[in-house]
Design a protein around this ligand. Structure first.
Ligand code: NAD
Length: 336
């Protein structure tokens, strides 16, 4: 049984906490909040012990919320910390975890240079085995990794080009935008996603173009890969259908976009309407010679959650790749 501390209980942290608690071989030591807001109250209602940063305990006492300790105490009580703080804060926290000899997992906004291994379970689980520090790559990179890995194994990849149409912000991020615009973001090419994917696939020739639009539900990727061997379209569909974290959106389902996908997730009783799987439209998959095209949607708030769970097992060498992925999937209820 591994004991996990969550530092940063926001969009990602709260979901990782629930996913870890659902695993048969893991438990939560506690979660860190900086302010005694509705999310902190929700953490207590969910049964998590609440910890805070140095100097904030009085604010929690004032709000009548019980605090179990500070980050260093949580770090001592944990076998591993999942740091889900905003980008750049993980880097500030890293020396403390190292000093206390506690393994640590960081998220996509931190630099690859901070950790021993950037991670996506399907692509490079084995490389994180035994590591003390791992970075679960961003939502977009995770989704690309899940699609690239089987294609690379089956056909080899000559060149990959992806246009990423990204949501402006998460639903609770009232300050994010654009509100009425379509932004090349950045206007320069490549966007950071290509180089980020290369932290998982060092040999990959990839170019990415990023855009931002006024949406909060999901990202959508226009994916075009030139393979080394010309594939058969039906064989590719079978290959992708076999990937446990890819949901092939059936044509007959009548799902025309991110809104319908989120509706499906809510209808199926998914917690918070989460979609952990890549959602790849079956009828978008098109093969022309060695070129393959498709569209996939990515639920940015939740698709990295199973990867955080697998990263824990890899770091402690508690299970092989397939065993960990299967265990995580089953505990979460993966599969739409
Ligand atoms: P968030 O803002 O929703 O949550 C971060 C939480 O950390 C907040 O509750 C904040 O109050 C808290 N926090 C701030 N400073 C802290 C500190 N010093 N100590 C402890 N907690 C602190 O952010 P998020 O979206 O969950 O992102 C966290 C990480 O996950 C980032 O690296 C981000 O790039 C990555 N990520 C985010 C998404 C997404 O779409 N939201 C997807 C994949 C990866």
């Amino acid at each position: 049984m591994k004991t996990v501390g969550i530092n940063g209980y926001g969009t990602i942290g709260k979901r990782v906490a629930d996913a870890v608690r659902a695993q048969p071989d893991m438990e939560i030591a506690g979660v860190v909040k900086t302010s005694p807001d509705y999310v902190a109250e929700g953490a207590i209602e969910a049964g998590y012990d609440l910890y805070t940063v140095e100097g904030s305990a009085d604010a929690f006492a004032g709000a009548g919320l019980e605090i179990s300790g500070t980050v260093d105490e949580l770090t001592t009580e944990s076998d591993v910390i999942v740091d889900a703080t905003p980008g750049g804060i993980g880097e500030q926290n890293a020396p403390q975890y190292a000093e206390q000899e506690t393994k640590a997992i960081f998220q996509g906004a931190e630099s690859d240079a901070l950790v021993e291994q950037s991670f996506t379970a399907r692509a490079n689980y084995e490389e994180a085995v035994g590591a003390d520090t791992v970075r679960v790559v961003s939502c977009n990179t995770t989704a690309l990794g899940r699609l690239v890995a089987p294609l690379e194994e089956a056909y080899g990849i000559d060149q990959l080009r992806v246009t990423l149409v990204r949501r402006g912000g998460d639903p609770a991020q009232s300050g994010r935008g654009p509100i009425d615009d379509i932004l090349p973001n950045p206007t320069t090419i490549p966007s950071h996603h290509g180089p980020d994917l290369e932290t998982v696939f060092p040999e990959l020739d990839v170019t990415t173009l990023g855009m931002k639009v006024p949406a909060t539900h999901m990202h959508v990727h226009g994916f075009n890969v030139t393979l080394e061997e010309a594939p058969d379209e039906d064989e590719v569909l079978d290959l992708l259908d076999d990937q446990s974290r890819i949901f092939l959106v059936p044509t007959e389902a009548g799902i025309d976009g991110a809104g319908a996908l989120k509706e499906l997730a809510h209808d199926r009783g998914r917690p918070r309407g989460d979609i952990w799987e890549n959602c790849l439209w079956e009828n978008s998959l098109t093969v022309e010679g060695r070129d393959l095209y498709c569209f996939q949607a990515v639920h940015q708030e939740s698709n990295v959650i199973p990867e955080n769970v697998d990263a824990i097992r890899a770091m402690f060498d508690e299970a092989g790749k397939d065993e960990s992925i299967a265990k995580t999937n089953e505990a979460l209820g993966m599969g739409l």
